[in-house]
Design a protein around this ligand. Structure first.
Ligand code: ZN
Length: 418
């Protein structure tokens, strides 16, 4: 018992705290104000953290500011007449309110979808759900993390011997976006339990094989649970630099290292020393390329902002993909169905044009390299009230609406491919 207490204390002492940190919502109204925010970002990188990039006036920029810089930042914004508001007054208190106690972990013999789950619980869930639906689902280890952790995946197949077209979904590429794995698990479970019961789901699963990874960046996720709730990147060591981690969603081998990636390893958008430097990304992409199936759908679930985005992500200065109209039709069906559940407002568009350019991203790789026609990146709830710290009472509603979105997309694909 003594050892346990000492360990617990050590963990608590090592954890990054955000007492008094504020999340500011900044709403630039023109290019001049955007430029100012970008300069601010470049100058203060490391001291203040941008939760969203200041690249468009269509969406606000959210900034995490530690207490000692708050007055200065607000003065600067006031001086430039840039509109802002305090979105979260004390980030640590929101984090504290969301952590489950160890007691809750122990009493939950059944998997509780309305709670956030640890790395170990999510990996065990993959085994358990495969077991529960063993006639159509099987689990396998798709990848291994930098720290040697298993990254488990689920394959759902109702037959066909691998001749069917395939769908790939992944969650948790960014560690702090906890709603992503939670949602991927919810929609996966819903598909499985509705097979043979709901005609649409049955037809979808009879048409496509599914490969699903609920939590991809497991080292980052573990770190987010145990040391720093707001950790985003992987946990790999950057040679010659004290800052750890690579942005796994800048690490894909398609237009790697271009716009929206920062060569400084200490930034949140560091793309790594080379494409596929991160084992998590190298392993999963290699599996998909060697799976010997034709992928027609690739979705990477993130949070937050409520966006359904299509290629291209790497730049806004190029022609849109030849499938742009089909991307639009299917994407609009998805968000219309999604919005109909709880009136959650979503925006659809090509990624770089809608938001900002980000190179080396999964959505472009899924489309251009894997050849999945319907490749999207989905930014789940919310619009920034809690940002990455979405309360667990929103897990089920987010799952329910996202399920309707993906079902509408799958029905579109069934029409096209059946
Ligand atoms: Zn993300």
């Amino acid at each position: 018992m003594k050892i346990f207490i000492l360990l617990a204390l050590a963990t608590a002492a090592a954890a990054v705290r955000y007492d008094g940190y504020q999340a500011l919502r900044v709403e630039p109204r023109d290019e001049l104000q955007l430029d100012f925010l970008n300069n601010l970002k470049n100058e203060l990188e490391g001291r203040i953290s941008f939760w969203s990039q200041p690249r468009t006036i269509k969406r606000p920029t959210d900034i995490l500011v530690q207490p000692r810089f708050q007055d200065d930042i607000k003065e600067l914004l006031d001086a430039k007449q840039i509109k802002y508001s305090v979105m979260i007054d004390d980030v640590q208190s929101v984090i504290d309110s969301q952590f489950r106690s160890e007691d809750e972990v122990e009493i939950s013999a059944d998997f509780i979808y309305s709670l956030y789950h640890t790395y170990a619980e999510i990996q065990a869930w993959v085994f358990d759900i495969a077991d529960e639906y063993s006639s159509i689902a099987q689990q396998f280890q798709i990848a291994t993390s930098y720290h040697g952790r298993a990254i488990n995946a689920l394959k759902i197949s109702t037959g066909g011997g691998g001749t069917k077209k395939a769908v790939y979904w992944q969650g948790g590429i960014h560690a702090r976006e906890w709603i992503s794995p939670a949602t991927v698990m919810f929609i996966t479970k819903s598909l499985l339990e509705r097979y043979g019961v709901d005609n649409d789901v049955t037809e979808i699963l009879d048409t496509f094989d599914f490969y699903i990874v609920p939590s991809l960046n497991v080292d980052g996720y573990y770190h987010s649970w145990n040391f720093d709730r707001l950790w985003r990147k992987t946990r790999s060591v950057n040679r010659g630099n004290g800052c750890r981690g690579v942005d796994p969603n800048r690490n894909y081998e398609y237009e790697w290292g271009g716009e929206g990636a920062n060569p400084n390893p200490c930034t949140e958008t560091y793309p790594g020393p080379n494409a596929f430097s991160e084992r998590e990304i190298a392993d999963t992409t290699s599996f998909l390329l060697n799976a010997n199936q034709e992928f027609v759908c690739f979705i990477d679930f993130h949070s937050y902002s409520q966006l359904w985005l299509a290629p291209w992500s790497y730049t806004a200065r190029t022609r849109l993909p030849e499938d742009v109209e089909d991307h639009f039709d299917a994407g609009m069906k998805a968000i219309t169905a999604l919005e109909s559940v709880y009136n959650t407002d979503y925006l659809y568009g090509p990624s770089a044009l809608t938001l900002y350019a980000a190179s080396g991203c999964s959505v472009d790789w899924g489309y251009a390299k894997l050849g999945a026609k319907y490749s999207y990146v989905v930014e789940l709830r919310d619009m920034g009230s809690y940002g990455f710290l979405l309360p667990s009472d929103q897990i089920i509603p987010t799952g329910e609406e996202t399920l309707e979105g993906v079902l509408a997309l799958c029905k579109h694909m069934v029409e096209e491919y059946k």
